[in-house]
Ligand binder design. Structure first.
Ligand code: HEC
Length: 183
């Protein structure tokens, strides 16, 4: 058989492999991909905060957070989002199905229960999604997501970049949202 005639076969088998990930494989991959994202965004955040402070970092995030996320998605051949009910960027708004899971996890936190490390869900459209909770676990997060006076320079910069911002007023231990890795 020539190389050319093998090509469609290879293509089909690649597609089939993508379809046939077991739940265990999705959990493994979801966990690896979300760890990469946390590492990447967290690393950039720390560097930028040290060199430029909150306002410069805010602008860095608004220009790069989505691109960095998409870059990791491409490298890992997945689709990744960060979603929240009280979102800053409108692109990161949780869907109704995602809101349900976030509310469920928030109820657990209110009852002082420990959150599961992840949840693998089958959506109504047939896709499987690995969800990982994002909890405010560093004081640094509060610099831009805590109690920020709206008339402070940072408060104004947030309003200017994100007129519909809902992502302030968080406290340590609050559920900020979740990472979603779709297969
Ligand atoms: C310098 C300010 C700043 C700091 C510090 C910061 N964030 Fe953010 N955060 C932002 C900005 C700006 C966005 C919107 C990014 C975008 O446009 O995609 C954002 C978005 C998010 C989102 C996506 C959902 C949404 O609301 O759009 C999550 C989740 C999040 N931040 C969690 C955290 C966590 C956890 C920490 C601490 C480790 C943290 N942030 C620290 C500025 C900050």
């Amino acid at each position: 058989m020539s190389r050319l005639s093998l090509f469609p076969l290879l293509l089909v088998s690649t597609l089939l492999t993508a379809e046939l990930l077991t739940s265990e494989q999705m959990v493994q991959k979801g966990s690896a991909v979300s760890a990469l994202l946390v590492q990447k965004l967290g690393g950039e955040l720390t560097t930028q905060m040290q060199s430029g402070g909150p306002i410069a970092t805010l602008h860095f995030c608004s220009q790069n957070a989505l691109a960095l996320t998409n870059q990791i998605a491409q490298e890992t051949q997945t689709s990744i989002k960060r979603v929240s009910i009280l979102n800053r960027n409108p692109v990161n708004a949780a869907t109704d199905e995602e809101k349900n899971l976030i509310l469920q996890w928030e109820a657990m936190l209110h009852k002082k229960e420990t959150l599961p490390p992840y949840e693998l869900k089958k959506l109504s459209n047939g896709q499987s999604v690995y969800y990982k909770p994002i909890v405010i676990n560093k004081e640094a997060c509060l610099k831009c997501h805590g109690a920020i006076a709206t008339d402070s320079p940072l408060g104004k910069a947030i309003k200017e970049a994100y007129p519909d911002d809902k992502a302030t007023g968080y406290k340590m231990g609050d559920l900020r949202g979740m990472i979603a890795v779709t297969f």
